[in-house]
Design a protein around this ligand. Structure first.
Ligand code: GLN
Length: 481
């Protein structure tokens, strides 16, 4: 009975659900204590852009449901969650951490929010992020950066840095993030929590502010692998409102093996992984080996080019998606002398530097003189990359790499955009191939007197999230025994 020893806000979803059913805790107490702690700590961490007031009707309804249905009530019933500020909640501001949408109110619920509401979950607030999810540190937020709870002079990662920091510092029981090139997994790694990027199409994107439509997925940030599975099982499923969402059985089913064949692309790890991160990675694989799993070297040569491929496709899609923010239809607006001036002023002032950089880059790679050389070429490489992974999965069950080449870095340390992009070297591949991937804590490293967590990432075949939860749990076991 671990739950009566913990503060409610420190509980996992599974623990809180148990405590609620055992009447050791009421939904109101869980909400009040988590919300109060979040409010007290948010000034230091700045995980939330806004904390919501209690929804008394939802709290009462959740309690009533647990009282009536007991164990049959959904595990998320009465659980307070943090939501990334690019996921629409009807009637709430949703800004994507941009001046462009600072005053924008969502007019409908994202499908994931509808599903969470149906399960009785509660919403604590909207979390800080890189502007329009572009970045790996939350430093591009128009409203200030989130701090890493393990060392406040360092970034929490990004773009879902607010969600990750909220979970890591117990300002939420769990959170939702979005992942276009690593934005759930990299901040999970840098803050010491679990993060999952589902199979492309497994979770509806309806009501997610689009960045790269062929890459974006919503997913969980949680304290444990179990919790990630609980959230994923609630979020997943075909949605008529998202034409790219897929039925649960689109791809062949994968049986979860007792012992895993873990593929490691050793050649790829030569690319700038910090020595101590590599050491944690090797130790984790050794522990998995001792638990009966097998580690195999796999060649995934095109992965070495995944980063440039991503940084062509993503800006192309982002530049297209962001064209709707024109000062006419949504959000921030400035009036000039002509219609063209209206556009120029609204977009110049409404968007931050990184967003503008990507719009320019995206427009460039799509322009008629360059589309063959860049955009189409990147698409071809994406196909090759996916094929290489498909082939690898005939020999191994999952592929493992460190989630991020290094631990949390200092604010301002990666002011050169390319040095920031390199952060994503191991995460973008899963978005390009559409395959699911998880980041699980694998220990910590020391930097200038701080102990900083780092994560291990596993990728599985399409719709084989079960394998990720199984191998993720195996990693957790190696760390507790
Ligand atoms: N860091 C990556 C980028 O800046 C990924 C962002 C994301 O996944 N939303 O594009």
């Amino acid at each position: 009975m671990g739950y009566d020893m913990k503060n409610p806000n420190e509980m996992t979803i599974a623990e809180a659900a148990r405590a609620l059913r055992a009447r050791a805790l009421s939904v109101r107490e869980l909400w009040d204590q988590t919300r109060a702690y979040a409010k007290a700590k948010n000034d230091e961490i700045f995980a939330y852009l806004e904390l919501f007031d209690a929804d008394n009707a939802a709290i009462a309804a959740a309690q009533k449901r647990i009282d009536a249905e007991e164990d049959a009530a959904p595990l998320l019933c009465g659980i307070p969650l943090a939501i990334k500020d690019n996921i629409l909640i009807e009637g709430k501001t949703v800004s994507a951490a941009s001046k462009m949408l600072e005053q924008y109110t969502a007019s409908y619920d994202a499908t994931v929010i509808t599903k969470l509401k149906e399960s009785g979950a509660l919403f604590l607030g909207r979390t800080n992020m890189d502007e329009f999810a572009m970045g790996s540190s939350t430093e591009t937020s128009a409203f200030g950066a989130t701090k890493n709870p393990h060392d406040r002079s360092r970034v929490p990662g990004g773009s879902s840095g607010g969600s990750a920091a909220a979970v890591a510092a117990h300002l939420a029981i769990a959170a939702l993030g979005s992942d276009t090139g690593g934005s759930i997994r990299q901040p999970a790694s840098l803050t010491g929590v679990v993060g999952v990027k589902p199979t492309y199409g497994a979770v509806s994107r309806y009501g997610l502010i689009a960045m790269g439509s062929s890459l974006d997925q919503i997913g969980p940030l949680t304290k444990t692998v179990d919790d990630a599975e609980i959230l994923f099982d609630t979020l997943r499923g075909r949605d008529a409102r998202d034409a790219t969402s897929i039925p649960d059985d689109l791809y062949p089913a994968h049986k979860t093996p007792k012992t895993f064949r873990i593929g490691v692309p050793y050649a790829l790890l030569e690319q700038g992984v910090s020595a101590d991160v590599r050491a944690r990675f090797d130790e984790t694989l050794k522990a998995l080996g001792a638990a009966g799993h097998r580690v195999v070297d796999v060649a995934l040569p095109t992965s070495a080019h995944a980063l440039p491929v991503y940084y062509v496709i993503m800006p192309a899609e982002a530049s297209t998606n962001l064209s709707r923010f024109d000062g006419m239809r949504y959000g921030f607006s400035r009036r000039g002398d002509t219609l063209l001036d209206d556009y120029l002023l609204s977009r110049s002032e409404g968007f931050g530097e990184e967003v503008k950089r990507r719009i320019l880059l995206g427009t460039f790679v799509l322009s008629s003189g360059y589309i063959d050389a860049y955009y189409r070429k990147a698409h071809a490489a994406r196909t090759v990359l996916t094929k290489e992974y498909d082939d690898a999965f005939t020999e191994v069950d999952v592929v493992a790499v460190p989630t991020s080449p290094s631990p949390a870095f200092r604010f301002g340390e990666k002011s050169d955009p390319v040095s920031m992009y390199v952060e994503d070297i191991f995460t973008v591949t899963a978005n390009l191939t559409g395959m699911p991937a998880i980041s699980v804590p694998m220990g910590s490293v020391e930097r200038a007197g701080s102990t900083l967590p780092v994560g291990i990432q596993f990728t599985a075949p399409h719709q084989a999230e079960k394998l990720l939860f199984a191998i993720g749990s195996a990693v957790e076991k190696t760390r507790t025994t």
